[in-house]
Design a protein around this ligand. Sequence first.
Ligand code: TYM
Length: 345
Amino acid sequence: MTSGSTPPAALKGRILSGIQPTGNLHLGNYLGAIRNWSALQKDYECLFCIVDLHAITVWQEPKELIRATREVAAGYIASGIDPVANALFVQSHVPAHAQLAWVFNCVARLGWLNRMTQFKDKAGKNREAASAGLYVYPNLMAADILVYKATHVPVGEDQKQHLELARDIAQKFNNDYGVNLFPLPEPVIRGPGMRVMSLRDGSKKMSKSDPSEFSRLNMTDDADAIAGKVRKATTDPNPLPDSVEGLEGRAEAANLLNIYAALTDQTLEQAVAEQAGQQFSQFKAKLTDTAVTVLGPINAEMKRLMNDPAEIDAVLKRGADKANAIAEPVLAEVYQTVGFLPGIR
Ligand code: TYM
């Protein structure tokens, strides 16, 4: 880890990604994000954030927010992210995120924010009652990334639009001020299937905010919970098809096979070929075993870590020190570019 504005030359670039500490980590977070981070960590300089500032754009119970923040950190470490080689940290521990976000509030256009589908989804019908923070959420996300001049951002497909906005902000900032300060960060989205859907409704994303616990597999679920949720997962009456085309119009079957493919490191085509003609009962038993094999050790390690909050906090403190060392000079460069009077802080 360097404190300069560029990562060591031997690496392919600098990664920044994050997860909100809202509710439980679930299989979508694992397959869409964390698992990929752990695969990328050897080739990139990595910063992995727990985005508590983003979390409070909707109401969070303060005590629960603290617990969930540590739990996300435990999830990162338990999934194999090296807490020494990479910076694991909490967003609010690095003030430059919020400081740069303010500058970006003045760069991003209302028209851009109005197009953000996540705001529309989260605000729902009662937009007037949504927090202002929820509206400018993507500007803060752009700041998370650009305050490190990150070059690559591994996320699930649902974050693609936010990433495009971050690129637009970087570009507009560079153009407006006639500088080349920010790189345009690239999304890293692994596999087209990496949108894990609800176990209850194959047309809805698996999400922490779904009121039904049966809609998701949590990273903290034990074998019994996993078995119960997979057993209850919505299906249709037909056996599994022998080709990917046969999944057309069968969203739930497609989702379960996608999950199975991801957990077994196969392509969807391979998973479909393997399970062709199976009844759901047989396939669900196989899927349960696979999910327990993958999530079991992660789950056990998360529990161990959660019993030792001091260990987690020490990792996060070290991570914040590393992150601050990179972010502060970038923020200083931005402030100078914008024309803020220097030297009085
Ligand atoms: P969040 O907390 O909703 O999700 C964290 C990560 O998990 C991925 N993910 C999924 N992937 C596949 N299928 C799903 N059902 C699924 N649900 C979640 C997300 O794509 C994400 O990668 N705005 C971000 C947090 C954020 C961030 C950032 C990410 C804030 N600043 C800077 C990257 C860089 C979010 O709400 O993620």
